[in-house]
Design a protein around this ligand. Sequence first.
Ligand SMILES: [Mn+2]
Length: 349
Amino acid sequence: MKFVHAADLHIGASPEAGRPWGRERAGAVSLALPRIIELCNETDADLLLIPGDLFDRQPLKKDLREAAYNFSRLKKAQVVITAGNHDFLSSDTPYSTFDLGHHVHLITSAALSSIFFPELNTEVHGLSYYGRVIKQPLFDTAAAPHDGRLHILLAHGGDADHIPINYTALSSSGFDYIALGHIHRPKVFGGVHMAYSGSPEPLDHTDTGARGCLSGEVTESTFSLHWHPIASSQYRDEEIKVLPDSTWSEIRETAAEALARHPLDLFNITLSGRRDPSVTIDRGQLISLGRISSVSDRTIADYDLDALERDHRDDIIGKFITAMKSRGGELSEKALYYGLAELVKEDRT
Ligand SMILES: [Mn+2]
């Protein structure tokens, strides 16, 4: 049985909303499902497994119509979906009853239940959320029967408020594959048939690294799993080391060069090191270079300590320098520079 495992598509999410590249990011999120469908067709998959948060919130009819159209492009695969904590089911959501296609199966049960595919000799188990929070470890007691069928589990969760998971217990539950959802960073568990596919597109600036989905094949005796980085871009953490003689233009140029190296990607810029006290880090100017999602300034002003101590020997600045110098150690040195930045600021006002 060949499968594609994709979770946490969060259709309808608009990361980076309000930024010039926000609409493009929203477009990338909505393009993930057609890409996954394409992968199903290319790999000749029998099943598309979606363990939760296909949608970013309870879907409207128009969201469901779009999804149904995408699913109609599948040449062979049948789809099994469970609802997660974002797109949880309720009595009034059209999600529970909408016809997504004869080959698309939403498991609507709040307790573990299953769908059997006789032609694949495969039974897919799962449950759907009916609220944002489930604190009970509903998957820990799941067990696959020994009945000659292949058993697959869809499991959305893994933190205290969203079905906590004992991965050791789950890995010995006898399932031929456990398709996990909810954690957006992909994770394949070594030695056991269990994985988080992660979200196919990064959804937040902390989602650094490649994003995509998984494909695999399981038989009674063999198992394989492949990673497909299908995301249109990724977040990168970029550190710019500032030196006491770096000018602002030079710092800005270094950031621009990093952007040019990965023109499709998004950046979290961290500035570190010692800067000339007259150089001001202008976050707005950096962000206006484009595709910079966050700027963190960890630079400290590089003061001429001896000159300052001499010039200010009768006031608090000089006394502070003398006191901190005598302490020694890396921490005191940091405290000295941070404290000095504040004192000098006050001295000027
Ligand atoms: Mn989730």
